[in-house]
Design a protein around this ligand. Structure first.
Ligand code: NAG
Ligand code: NAG
Ligand code: NAG
Ligand code: NAG
Ligand code: NAG
Ligand code: NAG
Length: 586
């Protein structure tokens, strides 16, 4: 083959100097020269044949990868400067690839039945009818992966898993890791034991096969994970079905996933002359994300090669956090975050919520081993939890503000900005002192975040990114509400109910208006879907439905679909705030 100067720049592109001074290669998102790396991907994506870059990388192959690469190479050789024209690319893609979504066959869960007990717990007739419809939606979100994906994986970007899955919906055609936690909690309330057991088995299979659970069910997600909820999923399932045999056969895989986070995602924080081990999101993978290729390429267009690769790795770390994207990951200034998406530096942040989830995981692994009678393992995980509790208290707890805050490794300072995840230790019961519970509840009461009647915003900073103001996301509502409910303070428990009422009213209003459930909502509209970020707001929607069912299960006797009054501790000044806020938000 003739020498192609692009290969040289490609080689250079994959080299960069890491912090330890050793020149080393950042691997691409996966090894596929069609879906993850190389000239074919680059030319097709930069030609923008489709509205969403995810479209192309979700297509299947009509011929073997070798044949397709050969066909493409011929086109390159015939083209001036090796740049294939848009029309030729369209024709090539049309002839060599199949449309997205063909890896699935229709699947209706066999364990679905019409009348789960949760429905009878809901007093308001309108909300009960709505819950009945949400319960029925699981049947639309179920997917079974075709045998061909198992037998011929090289023809697909879909990752094979043995059991059917419930997907989020919209552009998210495959399973997602942390979404599945709230999906599973909803499915359990719908009494779909087999579906849940199958989904958990899929995740265990992924741990065994790949050593981690990928962000979602595509090979371009293989080298990054998402917030680690597997052990919590097992806990949700065990709490309802107490399936000890299932736990016994799989606990080593729960432990293996935990070890991935401890080996590949931990960091030592030195503070006050002591070292603490905590965890962070840290994906050391280069190149643009295949599913958002041109966004990443354009964002980095003016940077040096080393800086581009570094930014792309940081964007993947942000994707691993589940918060893609957010000012929470922008470089830290003296009082919060500064900059724009280009200033994303996720790996410098030690996040409260990730460590709260792992704290909970350590607690659950200890109690699972207790159920299985393995004393030495119980001791091992109780010790791990003790050192986590110490680290969470020493590194995150901010006595002045009376709350846990993300810690920045570069500035050696806490990020004082509001995020719902600042309250995650309440929900994870990762607490060393009852006084922290009281202070954290006070922190929330005083926070501007409570002045919105349509949900708790993701932050108070309007960056244009989707994990920022004015969007409110279902999992974050759940974490705050359940944290308050667990607090044993009656005023906090009442606040939990009021926040649940706000969220139900918002979701229900949007459902009445659009006949749809959305992945996120806007705190500034009564029943308005969220916006911002890289793609249009998506409908479906797995975790939204799961959280609504959970809230209806907890508060079904009190919740109302038509409640017109939004809760706000600052109710007296609410009209004034509503006038001032849009301008105060940057
Ligand atoms: C190829 O083009 C035909 C005709 O325009 C269209 O119907 C078909 O969906 C296209 N196939 C793909 C994979 O885009
Ligand atoms: C995790 O770390 C191990 C050992 O350092 C390494 O071999 C492996 O590739 C890493 N896995 C990922 C997904 O980064
Ligand atoms: C903390 O860790 C650093 C390197 O990771 C080490 O040099 C230092 O001695 C440790 N300090 C303590 C108090 O253990
Ligand atoms: C790169 O520089 C050009 C010229 O100054 C500018 O127009 C463009 O917005 C820059 N791109 C980014 C992503 O900053
Ligand atoms: C506990 O688990 C460890 C590690 O899997 C194993 O070596 C040990 O034999 C187990 N002990 C009991 C009592 O089951
Ligand atoms: C709340 O009370 C229950 C029962 O009294 C107790 O088990 C639990 O630990 C308490 N939770 C907190 C956060 O104090």
């Amino acid at each position: 083959m003739p020498w192609n100067p692009r290969w040289f720049s490609l080689c250079i592109a994959t080299y960069m100097t890491l912090q330890n001074g050793v020149t080393s290669v950042l691997p691409p998102p996966c090894d596929s020269p069609i879906y993850c790396t190389g000239d074919l991907l680059k030319q097709v994506q930069t030609a923008k044949l489709f509205n969403d870059d995810k479209h192309f990388v979700d297509m299947g192959l009509r011929e073997s990868p070798e044949q397709i690469l050969q066909t493409f190479q011929k086109l390159v050789e015939k083209s001036p400067d090796g740049k294939v024209s848009r029309d030729q690319l369209l024709q090539f893609v049309n002839l060599s690839f199949t449309p997205p979504g063909q890896e699935f066959e229709p699947w209706t869960p066999q364990d679905w039945h019409e009348n789960p007990k949760i429905l009878a717990k809901i007093s308001d007739g309108k909300l009960r009818r709505w819950a009945t419809e949400l319960h029925a939606l699981w049947r639309n979100l179920g997917r079974k992966i075709k045998e061909d994906v198992k037998n011929h994986p090289e023809f697909h970007s879909q990752i094979y898993v043995p059991y059917p899955v419930v997907v989020p919906g919209g552009r998210f055609r495959e399973f997602y890791y942390w979404d599945s936690y709230w999906v599973i909690n909803g499915l359990l309330l719908s009494e779909m034991q087999d579906t849940v057991k199958g989904m958990i088995t899929n995740f265990l299979y992924l741990v065994e096969r790949y050593g981690l659970i990928p962000n979602g069910g595509r090979i371009y997600y293989l080298r990054r994970s998402q917030p680690p909820f597997l052990t919590l999923m097992m806990d949700s399932y065990m709490s309802k079905y107490n399936d000890l045999e299932f736990l016994r056969s799989n606990i080593h895989l729960l432990e293996q996933e935990y070890e991935f986070w401890m080996r590949n995602r931990s960091v030592i924080v030195s503070l006050g002359g002591r070292n603490y081990t905590l965890n962070r999101y840290h994906v050391q993978v280069g190149d643009p994300r295949p599913e958002s290729y041109t966004d990443d390429l354009e964002l980095a267009e003016n940077l040096t090669e080393a800086a581009r690769q570094e930014l792309w790795a940081e964007l993947k770390s942000a994707a691993e956090s589940g918060w893609d994207f957010s000012s929470r990951w922008f470089v830290s200034g003296s009082n919060g975050h500064v900059g724009t998406l280009q200033d994303t530096k996720t790996s410098a942040v030690v996040p409260v919520d990730l460590n709260a989830v792992l704290c909970q995981t350590e607690h659950l692994l200890a109690s699972f081993y207790k159920m299985l009678g393995n004393v030495s393992k119980v001791q091992e995980f109780e010790a791990a939890r003790m050192s986590r509790l110490n680290a969470v208290q020493a590194v995150f707890w901010d006595e002045t503000l009376g709350i846990w805050l993300d810690f920045n490794l570069d500035t050696k300072d806490r990020n004082k900005a509001f995020y719902p995840t600042n309250l995650a230790p309440l929900w994870a019961e990762c607490i060393t002192s009852q006084s922290h519970v009281e202070k954290a509840v006070q922190y929330l009461k005083k926070s501007e975040a409570l002045s919105y009647r349509n949900g708790i915003p993701t932050s108070l900073f309007q960056s244009g990114q989707q994990w920022d103001f004015p969007n409110a996301w279902p999992p974050l509502q759940h974490i705050v509400i359940e944290g308050l409910a667990k607090s044993n303070l009656s005023s906090a428990q009442e606040m939990a109910f009021q926040l649940a009422q706000n969220w139900i009213r918002t979701n229900f209003a949007a459902y009445e208006k659009y006949k749809a459930m959305f992945e996120k909502y806007d705190v500034n509209g009564d029943g308005k879907p969220g916006g911002g970020g890289e793609y249009e707001v998506q409908e479906g929607f797995g975790w939204t439905n799961g959280v609504v069912l959970q809230l209806l299960d907890s508060y079904g006797s009190r919740l109302s679909g038509t409640s017109s009054v939004g809760y706000s501790p600052a109710a007296a000044v609410l009209p004034l705030l509503a006038l001032l806020l849009p301008r105060r938000v940057r």
